[in-house]
Ligand binder design. Sequence first.
Ligand code: NAP
Length: 574
Amino acid sequence: MAYAITRTCCNDASCVSVCPVNCIHPTPDEPEFGTTDMLYIDPVACIDCGACADACPVDAVFPVDRLRGPDTAFGDLNRDWYRDHPSDHAWGAPGFPRSLPDGLGVLRVAIVGTGPAAGYTAQELLRSTGAEITMIDRLPVTGGLLRHGVAPDHQSTKRIADSFASVFHDPRLRMHLNVDIGADVTHEELAAHHHAVVYAVGAAADRRLGIPGEDLPGSLPATAFVGWYNAEPTVPADAVDLSGPGAERVVVVGNGNVAVDIARILLTDPDRLAATDIADHALAALRRSRVREVVLLARRGPAQAAWTTAEFLALRQLPGVDVVVEDHPEVRAAIETAAPDSRAALLAGLPLVPFDGGAEPAPGRRIVLRFLSAPTALTGDGQVTGLTVARTTLVGGRAGDRAGDQGGDRAGDPTGDRAEPTGQTDVLRAGLVVRSIGHRGVPVPGLPFDERTATVAHHGGRVVDPGTGRPLPGTYVVGWAKRGPSGGIGANRACARETVDALLDDATARALVAPTASRKDFDRLVRHRRPDAVGLKELRAVERAERTRGEAEGRPRVKLATVPELLAAARGRR
Ligand code: NAP
């Protein structure tokens, strides 16, 4: 019986490299890899060896005959992918691990950030070279979006952190947490102590809607909402109110996987979340929550949805929650004429219902998918009470004139169609509006920044001066700070490989400047600037404290949610 890849696929392609018959596609060398939601096993070519299941860092691979409940759909999904993508299962030319020429000495690399892009970069460097690595993070705990972005009910995705834990504990790696590059230590100081610096700082800000009322209390960016339920220590415990006036309806603006995560967390039975590492304060608020309807607001149509198939299927199967689509002729037509594998086809069979956003939500818990609806203002006197929405219609593809940002340029968007207002508006009553319209990168002090893409200016991972196109010696970027905020955790593996290749090419070409001070000098500098910096030993203490609290409650961990609590645990005081 063949194996199949299921919902939690992280796309990091660990399975591809161990498959003896090359039956997992798209591979990182194939064009579809850049846009695919997940990887697929060809059931005809699979020899049932199970090597992919062993290699998968998120336990996403199972024999088809062991798939149960909602996961059974993935047997068909894997098989059907090969109907449209006949694949050549022959192996290409073999690749060999990178190595550095003799005589270069020990390469010292600093990585700023400890999220997935940083983890894959460190892993790649440690595996392929004898490099010594310094990892730095502004928070007193590692993980980036793995800890503070991945939803708590996606514990299997968080298992990638286990493979990074062995990287972080490598004797060639040092950790300096609670240290802010730019504020505590400058880029120049970091560069002076290392041959190379790799920035893996992600995209920390949110895109803005740019409409009146956006900053009213009760209007939150997705980063704040997600940080709140994930115990991100810069987000206060009381950042979200789910029991105030109008709390029965929440509007989530945006139609990507983050919006889906937020809708799911808002309506999942808190008893199920209680078995996860959700922040204690969020769990308590969800137990008190009056929310019973979440409206997912998309400015374009079903075919342009940004969520992935696997995440949407999971939303449809949320126990005790109805998923309905607001009835509208253009939406109905899009679903009825959808191509079999398209996003719109996933809506087939969902109830199409009239929706009055000015009325009280219907009884029961439900998610309303409202398409062709762009927010134009948030309303309320000192607190959000509603959202004015303009009805839109789709216009023509990539060739059409662009008038401002109206969609149509998202990576992976199959249509390129844009949303144009029809002139019709209405108001949705809601006590909470979450703006989940994508992250945005923020400039890194001392590095060139491309305002258009909100990424660090680079060529293939080498940071460049945008004026001259010349690389800044020894300076690299990886992850969302390099590619922009799209792609799941595993997409960072290929991205890290590209950046590490560029770095090693430069080392081989002797284009890197040798550090002018030692590792110990850097440790001293950090201790002087940040006496409360957290190292590996202290990080272990945090880990122990959280896991011990978790064991007592039958949970993977109970997260410490503030910087003082994390620092106290790091010093063994909890
Ligand atoms: P995203 O996938 O880029 O989706 C952003 C959504 O916001 C789109 O629906 C977009 O619509 C909409 N939007 C943008 N500007 C808007 C505006 N001005 N007004 C109204 N709507 C607007 O972003 P994301 O959800 O933050 O996800 C980021 C990445 O993380 C994605 O690659 C996602 O797949 C990944 N992720 C994965 C998982 C998972 O695998 N479980 C979980 C979370 C995140 P248009 O298409 O019209 O622009």
